[in-house]
Write a protein that binds this ligand. Structure first.
Ligand code: NAD
Length: 468
């Protein structure tokens, strides 16, 4: 089914070309996908634009009901979506893999369906009534990455629809299949043109760039790398698009001297290696106090050794391959450079195909490429420190600021230190745990704006103040 053109919810549009999507575990072809042109994109935007007035005028309760249905559709089709996701992304069905991602998408859709933005009375007295209203923007363009393609698509789509916008979504060329299938399923309950999808290989035509400059798209919600996010911002300037940019990070974790190495090992591992480290807010640098450095490394390595890595469709796998060759080569380069200086405590050698074993390398410091660059893969640098203030300064030294964590037995002291980290989310004794009722976003060069909760919903609206 997926190799047939199925471009948008208005009218399915045929494309002349297609491109292939391969399974990162095996290299096998999964499906051919429509390769959209600028004309295809324009048709999708026109469909979304035409559908906007009626969708914006749809009673709030009706839109809420449809968003609830979206959540149920994800639940009803969870196994099909999870299998497709594993085949294109590589992540295992189990562990924090595809089934977990589909479950997360459903949970986010359910929570977002229940959110609402009531009109706010600013003044109501003998001088008049003044209210603050939040109005939908129009067509929202959603651009998604390849690491959590389904969940991130839902993070973009549901708040946009909930607030009365229509959507054109463009998934990553590496992982378009699950999003295509999901849009097809969601269009069973959405009016035609409200939710549209375009897919392309980013070669002759860069659909994301065209969307960022498109005069009929009012907002871009983008999740991806810092470099691409900056391009989106530049292209969006001429049309004054609203922007939410969720970009890369290089999150630090700081283990304080009073932490219990055995108790934190599992949390440290998953904080860093969730989705094979291919997670925006994964812990990508770990600073450990000299007094417990070796004990923390031993406990972490002991935990990591027992994680089964393999083909995602194997029910026993808990981690899969790296998703694509470009990311694999970047990881290989960073690990090779780290090996020359540091101590390889685990892994360190690339495996077969796109497999790369969980890798932990100590003896590194700020300035080393594996510490300074976002590896976005299963390799964690460990940095030994003696002065907590220096560790904090090193953690804050980079230009990114997505997440951070403090590991300690003293929660009060840890919270005080957490407040001094320069990042949008900070966790104590865990890392990367996000939830739909807590706003999430980056500071510094990690992004602009937030997603989730009422604050996230606001970003899909403009304010209008009515004076009477
Ligand atoms: P990427 O920036 O290469 O691609 C992201 C999307 O942008 C893709 O759909 C791509 O086709 C599109 N794109 C490419 N060129 C474009 C252009 N000129 N204009 C507009 N769009 C364009 O990122 P990726 O490699 O898919 O994802 C990995 C990165 O995403 C990492 O840096 C990671 O930290 C980040 N990320 C951030 C979050 C977050 O919430 N902050 C979440 C997931 C991933």
């Amino acid at each position: 089914m997926l190799d047939k053109p199925r471009i948008n919810g208005g009218d399915p549009t045929a494309t002349v070309d297609s491109f292939a999507v391969y399974n990162p575990s095996t290299g096998a072809l999964v499906a051919n996908v429509p390769n959209a042109t600028e004309e295809t994109l324009n048709a999708a935007v026109a469909a979304a634009r035409a559908a906007f007035p009626a969708w914006a005028a749809t009673p709030d309760g009706k839109r809420q009901e449809i968003c609830r249905k979206i959540a149920s559709i994800l639940g009803d089709n969870a196994e099909e979506l999870a299998h497709l996701l594993t085949q294109e992304q590589g992540k295992p069905l189990n562990g924090l893999g595809s089934r977990w991602e589909v479950g997360g998408a459903q949970a986010w859709a359910s929570h977002t369906a229940e959110l609402a933005i009531p009109s706010k009375v600013l003044q109501d007295d003998e001088n008049g009534l003044i209210t603050l209203e939040r109005k939908p923007l129009g067509v929202v363009g959603s651009i998604t990455p390849w690491n959590f393609p389904l969940m991130i698509a839902i993070w973009h789509i549901v708040p946009a629809l909930r607030t009365g916008n229509t959507v054109v979504i463009k998934p990553s060329p590496n992982t378009p299949l699950t999003t295509l299938r999901m849009v097809e399923l969601l269009n069973e309950v959405l009016p035609a043109g409200v939710l549209n999808i375009v897919t392309g290989d980013d070669k002759a035509v860069n659909l994301g760039a065209l969307m960022s400059a498109h005069p009929d798209i009012r907002k871009i919600i983008f999740t991806g790398s810092c470099a691409t996010g900056q391009k989106v911002m530049e292209s969006a300037a001429a049309t004054m698009k609203r922007l939410t940019l969720e970009m890369g990070g290089n999150d630090a974790g700081i283990v304080l001297p009073d932490a219990d190495p055995a108790a934190i090992a599992e949390g440290l591992f998953w904080g860093a290696f969730i989705n094979n480290g291919q997670t925006c807010a994964a812990m990508k640098r770990l600073y450990v106090h000299d007094s417990i450095h070796d004990a923390v490394c031993d406990a972490l390595v002991a935990y990591a050794r027992n994680i089964p890595v393999g083909d995602g469709l194997d029910e026993n796998s808990i981690l899969g391959p790296v998703q694509n060759r470009m990311q694999f080569e970047k990881l290989k380069r960073l690990v090779q450079s780290a090996r020359q200086k540091g101590n390889v405590l685990l892994g360190g050698e690339p495996g077969e195909g796109l497999f790369f074993p969980p890798t932990i390398i100590s003896g590194l410091e700020n300035g080393d490429p594996l510490v300074d660059e976002e590896q976005f893969g299963p390799a964690l640098p460990v940095i030994r420190y003696t002065d907590v203030e220096q560790a904090l300064a090193d953690a804050n030294a980079l230009e990114t600021g997505l997440g951070g964590s403090i590991w300690s037995s003293d929660i009060k002291a840890a919270r005080a230190m957490a407040a001094r980290m320069e990042c949008g989310s900070v966790w104590i004794n865990k890392h990367g745990a996000i939830q739909p009722n807590a706003p999430f976003g980056g500071v510094k060069q990690s992004g602009l704006g937030v997603e989730f909760s009422e604050e996230g919903l606001f970003e899909y609206t403009d304010i209008q103040v009515v004076f009477s």
